[in-house]
Design a protein around this ligand. Structure first.
Ligand code: AMP
Length: 253
């Protein structure tokens, strides 16, 4: 491992297993830059960029977005993260993307969050999100917001993700996970960088992740690579139009 840079990690797990929660914890604890392809795509859709208009028909049906579109935004985001601790969330999702990532950089470790399918489906039925930050809640249990339906930090309204509300879309995403993402898990298992964690409760994952990181990436994790509070990702994909040149800020704090 290279002492001159931060860790480069990836978090993998079926939709709804708590990847976003663990990633947010790593942002807060280790100052990691969180590169979530799902959040980036939702932002593109929200801001009606050229890319957003192209990917919407895939995301609303729970289908994977074509690799070439994803690889471009991930390359851009990794470049912007520089030498900071970095956590990839939602990418790579299939073996082609994993090979493309191998060309871009070497991952130091992969956190694989495991939860049985039935528990996942039950959790997605009650998941709530704060669209602006990507913070994730559940309408009951250990992840419930302090005020029902409101984000704990801003007080803004929480929403259900469009792709969580249809049973067929939820099932399509789970199927894709088994067919497309299992080979990615195997790919990293063969490289001996895979660490599997049981994702039964969100909070119970925190000490497990911290203990693993202390062992895998000792001492260097905290201070040196604290990111700027915000990293700017510019929506400059494809032909320019008024909306496609719109810039937005992507919070990493
Ligand atoms: P997520 O928030 O990670 O569940 O992603 C939401 C949706 O964005 C997925 O259902 C896909 O349509 C799309 N998406 C996110 N990441 C990827 C990826 N690496 N490859 C293809 N599609 C993706």
């Amino acid at each position: 491992m290279n002492a001159a840079r931060g860790f480069r990690a990836m978090i993998v797990g079926p939709p709804g297993c708590g990847k976003g929660f663990v990633a947010q914890m790593m942002v807060k604890t280790y100052g990691a830059v969180h590169i979530s392809t799902g959040d980036m795509l939702r932002d593109h859709i929200r801001y009606r960029t050229w890319l957003g208009k192209r990917v919407e028909r895939f995301t609303t049906r729970g289908k994977l977005v074509p690799d070439n579109l994803l690889t471009r935004i991930v390359t851009d985001a990794i470049g912007k993260a520089g030498n900071r601790n970095l956590i990839l969330d939602g990418f790579p999702r299939n073996i082609n993307q994993a090979r493309a990532l191998d060309e871009m950089m070497t991952l130091d470790f992969v956190l694989d969050l495991f939860l049985p399918m039935q528990a996942i489906i039950a959790r997605l039925r009650t998941r709530l999100v704060h669209p602006a930050s990507g913070r994730v809640y559940n309408d009951h249990g250990d992840m419930a917001p302090r005020v029902p339906g409101r984000d704990d930090i801003t007080g803004e309204r929480l929403v259900r993700r469009a792709d969580d509300t249809s049973h067929s879309v939820v099932m399509a995403r789970q199927r894709d996970y088994v067919q497309e993402t299992y080979p990615v898990i195997q790919h990293y298992s063969q490289k001996n960088i895979l660490h599997t964690i049981l994702a039964r409760q969100h909070e119970s994952m925190v000490p497990l992740v911290k203990r693993y990181l202390a062992k895998r990436w000792p001492k260097r994790i905290h201070q040196r690579f604290r990111p700027q509070r915000r990293i700017e990702l510019v929506c400059n994909q494809g032909p320019r139009s008024k909306s496609s040149t719109q810039q937005y800020r992507w919070s990493v704090s």
